[in-house]
Design a protein around this ligand. Sequence first.
Ligand SMILES: [Zn+2]
Length: 693
Amino acid sequence: MIELLSPAGSMEALRAAVQNGANAVYLGCGTFNARQSAKNFTPQSLAEAVKYCHIRGVAVHLTLNTLVSDREVDACVELIRHAAECGVDAFIVQDLGVVQMCRRIAPSVPVHGSTQMTIHSLPGVMFCAAMGMTRVVLSRELSREEIAYICRNSPIEIEVFAHGALCMSYSGQCYLSSAIGGRSGNRGRCAQPCRQCYGYSRRENRYPLSLKDNCLVRYLQELDQMGVASLKLEGRMKRPEYVAAVTDVYRKALDTGAVSRPMMEALLTAFNRQGFTDGYYTGNLGKGMFGIREEKPEDPTWLRLARQSYEATENPLVDVKFHAVISQDSSSLTVTDPEGRSCTVEGPVPQLARTQLLTEEDLASRLSKTGGTPYRCVVATAQISPGLTMSAAAINAMRRDALNQLTALRARRESAMLLRLRKIPHFAGNKERPEFTVQVTSREQITQKLVKMNPAVLYVPLHILAEDLTFARQLARKVHVAVALPRIAHDGQLPAIRDALRALREVGIREALVGNLGLLLTVREAGMAIRGDFGLNIYNSLAMYSLREMELLSATLSFEMTLPQVRDISKAVPCELLAYGRLPLMVTENCLFKGKTGECACHMGPAKLVDKTGAEFPVIRDGNSCRSVLLNGKKLSWLDRQNDLAKLGLWAQRLYFTTENAKEVDHVLTACISHVPFDPGACTRGLYLRGLE
Ligand SMILES: [Zn+2]
């Protein structure tokens, strides 16, 4: 049976989820989770929450899905230990370092790859399986065919977002909130700037980054047949009434196989942004997927009913069997739960019956009165010696005793195996000045001056090299070229990418720059070595060490780090830092160019979005796909402060050219040599100085 997985941003929301039929809940505790503005749980209330759920047969998944800095490792370890002791059923993880921590400290607790890992292909799932994960939460941007393909071939469980808010960017690849206000989505602090208005010129009042909420309620049977293990409902920031209503509708849809009109209306009443979308699932991208929240007066009846579903009642969620034995000198009652756990309690010595004999029917009807408990009596059997009777009060007392004991038994946690986190060696890194690497986006940016500068590595997009192998061969003779792969590549694209890489290997290119875990295997199959890009979100020394174990040639550090963090992180492989360029703030499945004109014109060259303050965000493509990359308008620049980047142990600093033309490229290269002063109007230091909230 497919699992219904509901959000629990608070204890009240947790009750709402459980009482309305969730099979599992996911929740955060303390700071290491992607929804820090939710109420969340304390270490104390986490223990209570797990007990509450386990008694009722509901699993608890702990979200540990943020990037964790080296300084936070000890606190994160502490939380993992505590959660394992509380008996949580799984950890949901984004950071490669945190995956290692969970696997080493609490190897008996399953680890699920968060959607923040940006896993959207079968090789990505295979990678997670190889890392010891037992489930992956897929990116929300996949179609039904793509999900089905992954499910058919995956060795581990697949979880799919069924309902709730959609991010505009692939999750884990959004830096918009960070760049605008230092509130990182990868650190659980997203301020949702995608819900603000933007225009394609300054005064337009449009919402090109605000998607409607996802709703797959009509496809639950299909998802079940595909072999999807779990249906996730989004909403740890939403109120308990929302969780109650949405969980209830999905429970009913799963149990009855039908979706009625009142059920759809209940979902719409709970929350919507001008309706819902199933655009990714059905492959209908574009305008119809976008919408905003319209404020409407609250329906007090709806709120009251939603609250009633979990406040006043205890719904019978666990089926139990009773068996009573009543003989002349003793009485006992045994209760058994669906997992086969059983408890037996002794009752009083029965009385000899003067008038009314105790029958099996009497007994069964007394035992079935489990109201106010999480239990439902499905079978009650009895062996009663003749000529005996027992008071109703005595039978009720036995029933209560037995159920209390069962509750204690169900709440008892299995003792989790806890190990120490093994110390990993620290690598100091490069003592010399960092070299320059250069990444280009277009062919015209590969100027003569650039080639003459001879960067340590020149990253060139796959499609530019693959469409002209003669050019690729000639270029590779002059400079050290590595292929820059698109950050997003669905399964359907992978064979072509592999073939193109093989062809490029033949002309002398031996390395690829990879920003997604799903591409590692494809690059290896093509016989190329791997350089890690910023999309891997490397944020701590443990994650760095993982890359060393995977034999990466180098790694690009997250541009959400501060310079002291960059200095202190272990350089387990040579480290690179973005030092110049427009930082990519989003990568989106929907074509942002199409949002402007209704037709895709993204091959025509860059467009831009403008926010309320007049700040511009140029848009380019991810590789040569129709996926869009939203760039920061202000360029990151450390060209004038190369000394500050000199003592950090870095192997290289990267100049990243996006919308620049050939002349601008040459200008930047000149500036690079001559240390021109910083222009605060056009440039930013990024987060390296100010850091994240
Ligand atoms: Zn397009």
